[in-house]
Design a protein around this ligand. Sequence first.
Ligand code: CO
Ligand code: CO
Ligand code: CO
Length: 326
Amino acid sequence: MKDLPVSSDPHLLVGIETSDDAGIYKLSDDVALVQTLDFFTPIVDDPYHFGRIAAANALSDVYAMGGRPMTAMNIVCFPVTDMSKEILKEILRGGLEKIHEAGAVLVGGHSVDDQELKYGLSVTGIVHPEKFLTNQGAKAGDQLILTKPIGTGIIATAVKGKLASQKALEAMIEVCSTLNKKASEVMLKHEAHACTDVTGFGLGGHLLEMARGSHVEIAIHAEKIPIMPEAKEYALMGLIPAGSYATKHFCEHMVEIKPEVETVFTDLVFDPQTSGGLVISIGPDKAGACLKELKGEGSRSAAIIGEIVGPHPKGKLQITYERSLP
Ligand code: CO
Ligand code: CO
Ligand code: CO
């Protein structure tokens, strides 16, 4: 979009230039719209679970900015002649379940005949025009909380190769279909400074966007990052999605990986996530209480994974590893 003549508008509080999760448009002194759109190809075979995951993923961009989803629309690409309509019905049933859990309402949608199945939502939410979060508010000294474990891309790759265990698959479905609703409410209550959700660029890519947006240096500790069951094992077997190399390469010159960090952790940090957790930058005085409440509200794997080291004009990410004492 960078060469195109995008118009500016004083009501547009968050537009396309900051790599944020959703656009924010001010309607009045009390209400702003939060708008986002996301859809993708199946990451699991079961259509109902695919629908739930795709909807949770689309809704997440509203939660990442501290908004409340109000309406949703289905986006469907479906091979009408080659696939049973029952499959589509199951996808939409899964999606609708998550829309309702979010407290939002389905208002319509659009479908096209396409050889490659895709599903997602466009979501509109609301937020107070002065109380939303972006990836730009992180402050020196903040702690970083991650609310869900990482490893989706690696497990999905193992699933495609028929190498994933049932246990790993079920854990991934559970994590990916969990809404970031509660996590978002808790971070707002504890006055977090910045937030984003972890999706296609992996934890590392999204943290780097936060570092660049907030002009800070971020340090994360590999040993503290929650990881989905068996993801490390599959990564060691080389089941790394292609996207992870592309992201790692793109981020390279802004990331410092300490020599003691094993390659498998770097692979996990840049593993593209589907419907990942929120990564929250929050003052050190609030981080403990926020983490405790997150764990109590369903984010059982939530953990403090690092901190904001200090200001940095261009933004930098540092990955460290501290061996535990014998
Ligand atoms: Co996002
Ligand atoms: Co998105
Ligand atoms: Co239409």
